[in-house]
Write a protein of this length. Sequence first.
Length: 144
Amino acid sequence: MPVLSELALAATLVKLQNEARADRHRADVSREMVGLLNTAMTAHLERTQLLYLSTAGGLNISPKKLSELANKSARAIEKAEGLALANPQECALFIRINKLLRSVVTGVTRVNNSYVAGDKMQAAHDWTSMQNRIDELMDLSDQL
């Protein structure tokens, strides 16, 4: 009888260790994902500010800097998508967040192009539709 209880105790201990290991892995993946999303959002916000300052503020901003920020955001989004695909439990949420991030990044470019072309109505329309995606992005980010 003592052997059976020891085996049951050992099996329970192994199970709990495996669960703890899986929880640590999920926490590591989530931490990395949040870091990548933070990088993408920060680069995007910085790019948006520079576009605004160059367009509305008349400052001369290097196109190379804008391109670097867009690429930095795109790389972070791409890495986050790869990480999400490798983790099916959280895949749907992260994929949706990444798609929204991509659409916001391209939306800012569209808004800027419309504004530079002098089509302020189109720029306002694009901004309004993009604002809905930004709101959804913030709601999903809160779920993390």
